[in-house]
Design a protein around this ligand. Sequence first.
Ligand SMILES: Cc1cc2nc3c(=O)[nH]c(=O)nc-3n(C[C@H](O)[C@H](O)[C@H](O)COP(=O)(O)OP(=O)(O)OC[C@H]3O[C@@H](n4cnc5c(N)ncnc54)[C@H](O)[C@@H]3O)c2cc1C
Length: 401
Amino acid sequence: MIIDLTNEQKEIRKAAREFAKGEFDPLKAIELDERHEFPRDLYKKAAELGFIGLNYPEEYGGGGAGILENVLITEAFCQADSGIGLALHLAFLPAKIVQQSGNEDQKRRILPKVASGDYVSAVCFTEANHGSDLTRVDTVAVDKGDRFILNGTKIFTTNASYADFFVVLVQTDPEAPPGKGMATLLLEKEEKFSKNGTMEINEMPGKMGLKMVSTGEISFRDYEVPKENLIGEKGRGLINFLNFVDESRIEIASQSLGIAEGAFLKALSHAREREQFGKPIIDFQGIGFKLARMFGDLMSAKSLIYYAARMYDMGSKQYKTLIPMFTSIVKYHVPEHAKEIIDHTITVFGGYGYFLEQDVERRYRDNRIVEVYEGTVEVQLNNIVRTLKTINLDFLKEMLV
Ligand SMILES: Cc1cc2nc3c(=O)[nH]c(=O)nc-3n(C[C@H](O)[C@H](O)[C@H](O)COP(=O)(O)OP(=O)(O)OC[C@H]3O[C@@H](n4cnc5c(N)ncnc54)[C@H](O)[C@@H]3O)c2cc1C
């Protein structure tokens, strides 16, 4: 095994696999995908069994676990079905920013409802002119003392059309230098959102994959947000965002790991069973070597994620300084290798791999987004280079021993 899991972690993984096996009906998955429908019933059921927000402290409805447990669950769900696995994970992942940077009142208001499956979450960082570079945004929140007035438009918001709350990155000081003068604000549906101003949500159609999940554009016009909905401190919006992605990128990568594992298992079975020229296709070196490499790549991806998640959970001082680099390594390495593994799976399946029925091409489409959201591959490589330029070489040598 890649790293030793505790008995409890093994139990969690087993339970997640059993849940997915029992509940993720392949025909229903195709229907949900075709109808672009979020599986809210499955989200609620998964929450009732404790799979949602397991890493929240118990007082907020969680199980007091770490992100390694979230990784194990997401991996198992995405292995079973890429569309449902992504939808369930993405429904609660954005709430992490409240867990990390919210105050006591915000955590008590939001997290138990997420853990119970009643709330779906969303984060709005990206704008038409600010994607990879979020050191400045055009959505402005004017401070009116007891409230903020928001104006601007966010795009590509996951869960936009059915989220119960949104965390929005705004510019509170448009004159501030890049990275400064920003804030994160909480918009909650239960407050009927705002009494004043408008928030208009429009679906962005025509996505390549991730079809069970809404992706939308959200426009705010003179939209009022009470001051108590400021998450963390004014001026530290970008820091909140960076802290969020440092943790969430590890979990995000486990989506790809699971999707690729599911593809590999299908490829292996098919290659053993399918005969051409009088023998199983795995006996042709071209196919056998492919499977060998796929398995090797899968194991390296799995080791990397588990290692990163465990180190994150341990919060060791040495690791803390390396977290941004580590999460970036995981975030570029795993989806890239997953993409190759799924592509090879299509090769192993021949013409059948090109059809939806084999559940291979959907995995390819679903995995492709993991290279993009929460920072593209290139953004991750930039982060790694930034650390490599300055890291103490003796420290690095010690790490490599
Ligand atoms: C389906 C989907 C769901 C999403 N969900 C959310 C969400 O819930 N919330 C949210 O806020 N955002 C979300 N996003 C937005 C996503 O995070 C951005 O699309 C992503 O960060 C890239 O930004 P961009 O699309 O503006 O591309 P750009 O930043 O314009 O980049 C275009 C290309 O240039 C490259 N590039 C940019 N800068 C550099 C550089 N310095 N060095 C090298 N290459 C560079 C990029 O890697 C990319 O290949 C989602 C996107 C999609 C497609």
